[in-house]
Design a protein around this ligand. Structure first.
Ligand code: CMC
Length: 429
């Protein structure tokens, strides 16, 4: 992690309650909210706190993994622009970059691919566990449970301060996520479980576990394989989003990484986060045709519901991932044929980008607006969309989990609250 810079200045604060003035150091463009604690009205006062529901302006950590400039639409992993990484590197190389801080040499990468492919199988008992789910169980619910259950298979994972043990769990999680995801899908479809094929790429193997039928060897379409790999790269990290913050928070209690990642998956499941791609598809289907779009937009503007796949807490101009995905979509449609839902999506985008409501609220298509249409064209059912997001986000979650553990400034996460309930009350006799 980057060394803490010297104070670049101070913030002078005068408390009108006492008339006292304080100098708060500014480092890396932030004050430490703990420095506010000295601001008291008297000896019995706890001290001033910051109040920030939803952490909209509170940095919870210092991180050197991912940089985002939301106004300029910039996303970089470890300093490298997302555009270059998506064009020139594979998902597993990007995973190494996120976890280790550097792109791997050829030998380092070959070793890493060897490690990952050695761990793609899951314990046979996990299959029984998946079998226990109802046939229409949501695959994200199955994933949350199965990832958490992995901790019971690898009790050594509790040794979170041992770098070798940590590395083994990181490898296992990245390797097994596609297997768990594909098995959840095949269970829902009533299909036999297709085992991993270690001769295929990470993305190719996932397609194999999803689609292999009677053939002895599955050969993924290279365009679809590449598109999936790019989509995984685009989802690999996004700094302190809801699920990554969850991963860090659970990790801060020194829980094992499987338990922490199960919680991160649960956070991702929500429709405002990784569940949005699923909601986009449902929305496009419910709109049904281009002719119905103006009425739908009117209802969004009247506050009846949100336009799914639009808006972002950080990006206020454009989401660079959405721009890259649009290109991937064209490549995929060359193979699969164009989805009629794409026409609806393009028309929504066109109208929204010119409409005062969306312009004034700085609402632009985000990564999830297009990813769902691509997955659908590839034949992946909507319930699996957040699962694919989770596979992509796994290296990011693990990189942040590890960074948090190694950060000497971190402790167990424990936000404060402003208590606004009743004062002491007495029970009647
Ligand atoms: N459609 C219509 N209005 C919206 C939308 C939307 N998609 N998003 C925000 N607004 C409006 C909102 O009603 C509010 O209006 P007003 O100020 O007039 O009350 C204003 O914009 C600010 O909204 P907010 O909820 O305070 O913004 P936020 O930064 O907390 O929320 C968001 C960010 C992504 C949760 C939100 O834009 C949203 O709900 N989008 C739809 C869900 C979605 O696509 N999520 C995927 C995010 S990208 C993938 C990921 O990283 O998870």
């Amino acid at each position: 992690m980057a060394e803490e810079a010297a104070a670049e200045g101070t913030l002078t604060v005068t408390d009108s309650r006492t008339g006292k003035t304080y100098e708060l150091p500014i480092v890396d463009g932030a004050i430490r909210t703990l420095d506010l604690r000295q601001i008291k009205t008297g000896p019995g006062d706890f001290g001033l706190m910051g109040y920030d529901p939803a952490f909209q302006n509170t940095a919870s950590c210092r991180s050197s993994i991912t940089f985002i400039d939301g106004d300029k639409g910039i996303l970089r992993y470890r300093g490298y622009p997302i555009e270059g990484l998506a064009a020139r590197h594979s998902f597993l190389e990007v995973a190494q970059l996120l976890l280790n801080g550097e792109l791997p040499t050829t030998d380092q990468h070959l070793d890493w691919v060897g490690e990952i492919t050695n761990h793609t199988f899951i314990h046979e008992s996990i299959k029984k566990f998946i079998d226990g789910f109802h046939h229409d169980a949501h695959p994200m619910g199955m994933l949350v449970s199965a990832v958490g259950a992995l901790s019971t298979f690898y009790p050594e994972a509790k040794q979170i301060h041992d770098p070798e043990v940590r590395h083994r769990q990181i490898v296992r999680l990245i390797a097994k996520m596609p297997t768990l995801a594909a098995f959840a899908y095949r269970h829902a479809m009533g299909l036999y479980y297709a085992y991993p094929d270690d001769e295929l790429s990470y993305a190719g193997n996932f397609l194999n576990m999803m689609w292999r039928a009677t053939e002895l060897k599955y050969h993924p379409d290279p365009v679809l394989e590449h598109a999936l790999d790019v989509l995984l790269i685009l989802h690999a990290d996004h700094e302190q989003n809801c699920s990554t913050s969850t991963m860090r928070l659970v990790g801060s209690s020194q829980a094992d990484p499987y338990s922490a990642m199960s919680a991160a998956c649960a956070a991702l499941y929500g429709p405002l986060h990784g569940g949005a791609n699923e909601q986009v598809l449902r929305m496009l289907r419910s709109i049904g045709s281009v002719a119905n779009i103006p009425d739908y937009i009117r209802r969004v503007k009247e506050g009846e519901f949100r336009l799914m796949g639009f808006g972002h807490r950080v990006y206020k101009n454009f989401d660079p991932r959405a721009q890259l995905i649009k290109r991937v979509a064209e490549e995929v449609f060359e193979v699969t044929g164009r989805s009629p839902l794409l026409d609806i999506a393009l028309e929504i985008e066109k109208i929204a980008l010119e409409d005062d409501y969306f312009v004034n609220h700085k609402l632009y298509p985000n990564v999830d607006f297009y990813s769902g249409i691509i997955y659908l064209a590839m034949g992946i059912p909507v319930e699996m969309f957040p699962v694919l997001f989770a596979i992509g986000r796994t290296p990011g979650w693990l990189a942040h989990w590890q960074e948090g553990l190694l950060d000497s400034e971190q402790k167990i996460g424990r936000p404060r609250q402003l208590y606004v309930g009743p004062d002491l009350r007495h029970l009647g006799s």
